[in-house]
Design a protein around this ligand. Structure first.
Ligand code: CAA
Ligand code: NAD
Length: 292
């Protein structure tokens, strides 16, 4: 089960990073987005991140050029044919993901491995929609992908040992530290991280402290690189909201329920850094927190 060519579907925050680390590691990469505008935005994300690595002296210019030359950006799903591993990083919706995997299942070779980068859905629910549940695995990367070292490799009850081993080895080959996780909603990290982030929102709603002060508390008091609100804006309010809904639906425990303030941000289209505003307004002068 040799992986040489990698397909990445979705080139937003996560897909762009997964494409970048795969190309830097020497894999041929095909990236699919929904339209030409999204292709241009996705390519720009990869190029900017590679330029940043060159500027910081972490990557040779020639390696950047080679990585880009190994990467094809397209709107055509048919270009996924011939990929040995296809990693999905589209919106966190089971319906959207299953529509995609059903299409891919119809055109890709039976040998190809399918992987999802889902944050909170169960991989089983996607694998079951295809004719290859044995060749279906979770590959959960972390944001920002070029920096975060962990990948959760998720095995369902149907994933073959061969598939799991190939996915585990792939995560290592792109420079990450893989861990094995069972296919429960949230795997390991989000099972702990998501309730923490949602709880921070509830504390603000209760008036315990301001958004800035809770962020200061967790960065200065605990040494976290970002407080929970800056992290929410970094992850994406839309993604965090969908993740909370999915985990709440799965466990029916209040700690996973999306708090009202998160819903209000969704209604206002304040999706975080990606739209310029979330818990903070991300102004050129610096972040300005919502006053509640
Ligand atoms: N892409 C590529 N590289 C990046 C980057 C990006 N978006 N952002 C930062 N970097 C690199 C920088 O180039 C820099 O590298 P060097 O030190 O080698 O020069 C390094 O990261 C540190 O960057 P900065 O000095 O600019 O900024 P920082 O010290 O504030 O770090 C951060 C930025 C790495 C994002 C840090 O704030 C951090 O670790 N934040 C927490 C991230 C986190 O918790 N991620 C998990 C989110 S949850 C998730 O992913 C799962 C899910 O399913 C929702
Ligand atoms: P994002 O909104 O930044 O990007 C999603 C991209 O997918 C968009 O560019 C969209 O145009 C594209 N897309 C949608 N449908 C498509 C299709 N059928 N074909 C091709 N492209 C399509 O989202 P993201 O933050 O990159 O999240 C992607 C996935 O990764 C989600 O499942 C999310 O839960 C998971 N994830 C997110 C984070 C995070 O911190 N944001 C971390 C780990 C995992």
């Amino acid at each position: 089960m040799e992986i040489r060519k990698v397909g990445v579907v979705g080139c937003g925050l996560m897909g762009s990073g997964i494409a970048e680390v795969s190309a830097k590691a020497g894999f041929d990469v095909v990236v699919r987005e929904i339209d030409q505008g999204a292709v241009a935005a996705g390519r720009n994300r990869v190029e900017k991140s590679l330029a940043r690595a060159v500027a910081r002296g972490k990557l040779e210019e020639s390696s950047r050029d080679e990585a880009l030359a190994r990467t094809i950006f397209t709107t055509s799903l048919e270009k996924m044919v011939g990929c040995d591993l296809i990693i999905e990083a589209i919106v966190e919706s089971l319906e959207a993901k299953n529509e995609l995997f059903t299409q891919l299942d119809g055109i890709c070779s039976q040998d190809a491995i399918f992987a999802s980068n889902t944050s909170s859905l169960t991989v089983t629910d996607m694998a079951a929609a295809t004719s290859r549940p044995d060749r279906f695995v979770g590959l959960h990367f972390f944001n920002p992908v070029p920096v975060m070292k962990l990948v959760e490799v998720v095995r369902t009850i149907a994933t073959s040992q061969e598939t799991f081993d190939a996915a585990f080895a792939f995560a290592g080959a792109v420079g990450k530290t893989p861990i094995a996780a069972k296919d429960n909603s949230g795997f390991v990290v989000n099972l702990l991280l998501v309730p923490y982030m949602l709880d921070a929102i509830r504390q603000v709603e209760r008036g315990v402290a301001t958004i800035e002060d809770i962020d200061k508390a967790m960065t200065l008091g605990c040494g976290y690189p970002m407080g929970p609100f800056a992290l929410g804006d970094f992850v994406g309010i839309d993604t965090l909201y969908r993740v909370a809904e999915i985990m709440y639906e799965e466990y029916r425990e209040e700690r996973y329920a999306p708090p009202p303030l998160l819903k209000r941000l969704m209604s206002m289209g304040r999706y975080g850094r990606k739209t310029g505003a979330g818990f903070y307004d991300w102004t050129p002068e610096g972040p300005v927190a919502l006053k509640l």
